[in-house]
Design a protein around this ligand. Structure first.
Ligand SMILES: Nc1ncnc2c1ncn2[C@@H]1O[C@H](COP(=O)(O)OP(=O)(O)OP(=O)(O)O)[C@@H](O)[C@H]1O
Ligand SMILES: [Mg+2]
Length: 266
């Protein structure tokens, strides 16, 4: 199963993606986390040491040249492979977090920000499109904020899109646009994760103002005061107790996701 975590900047995509991956892996699933943010940082949330620097695949010029036949920045006018070989990249480049959890740092695949990095985009796109899972495997992709991930066909072939939003009209309106884009790309399972919720009833009320009844399911993850404390110390979500709010809510979310995985659209 391939899960995309999308949403506006700062809503909690990385936090949700990390808590979900830790939860699913501790429930026995093999999880591959793909960090597709231009400022990759999910490693810290997963508990990787602060000083551990991973070079994103999209910045690994020699790898890109080896696989596509061109270096990033060489741009148009040269030929490069749009279908580079990617099957061994997880084995070679994914970092082990624990026995069931691996992290692959892809980095930005956003051409608009760095000029024409076409060979890097070809490699990132091939990787996202051609990663498939076996029965006990789940891929969780933490994406760049906003709609970019829905461009260039990067979000195709996901089984589930989790659009994270704060319980505000502004954040939910953006979430609605992202869910619509996901649906246009034939992602049939979509859930809006209302995150950092303090007042549950108020959050549901705001959600119902923006989304029509039955348009998309929502899921509530409450505000967890442990999380800002962790971030000050540069620690990962693995260092807070399993009975804390974030784990309580995200494990309920993971149960819902497993149902989608086993029985399709709910
Ligand atoms: N449920 C929560 N309870 C408390 N704080 C939270 C929660 N979820 C996220 N946060 C806080 O919100 C901030 C943004 O979270 P995060 O980095 O996960 O967002 P993001 O959507 O990945 O951001 P970006 O768009 O920059 O990638 C962080 O400081 C994080 O600690
Ligand atoms: Mg993030």
């Amino acid at each position: 199963m391939k899960i995309l975590v999308s949403g506006k900047g700062g809503v909690g995509k990385t936090t949700i993606a990390a808590a979900l991956s830790l939860t699913l892996s501790s429930n026995g699933y093999r999880v591959l986390v793909v960090d597709a943010d231009s400022v990759p940082n999910i490693g810290q949330s997963l508990g990787l040491a602060k000083h551990e620097e991973i070079i994103p695949i999209s910045k690994n010029e020699s790898l890109i040249e080896e696989r596509t036949g061109a270096r990033p920045g060489e741009g148009w006018g040269i030929f490069f492979s749009l279908t580079p070989q990617v099957d061994d990249l997880v084995d070679k480049y994914a970092v082990k977090i624990n026995d069931k959890l691996r992290l692959l740092v892809l980095g930005s695949i956003d051409a608009s920000k760095e000029g024409c990095l076409c060979p890097a985009i070809a490699l990132g796109k091939a990787l996202l499109l051609r990663l498939f899972t076996r029965k006990d495997e789940i891929i969780v992709v933490d994406s760049e904020a906003g709609a970019e991930v829905f461009g260039r066909g990067l979000a195709e072939r996901f089984d589930l899109n989790l659009t994270v939003a704060e319980p505000t009209v502004k954040s939910l309106k953006i979430a609605k646009k992202l869910v619509d884009l996901a649906k246009e790309l034939n992602v049939v399972n979509n859930i809006v994760v209302l995150n950092k919720v303090v007042k549950v009833r108020e959050a549901i009320h705001v959600f119902n103002e923006v989304f029509k009844e039955g348009e998309v399911p929502y899921f509530i993850v409450r505000y967890d005061p442990n999380i800002p404390t962790l971030e000050v110390k540069g620690l990962g979500l693995d260092s807070i107790p399993k009975n804390s709010i974030i784990y309580e809510d995200v494990s309920a979310l993971s149960k819902k996701i497993i149902k989608y995985k086993n029985y399709g659209k709910q």
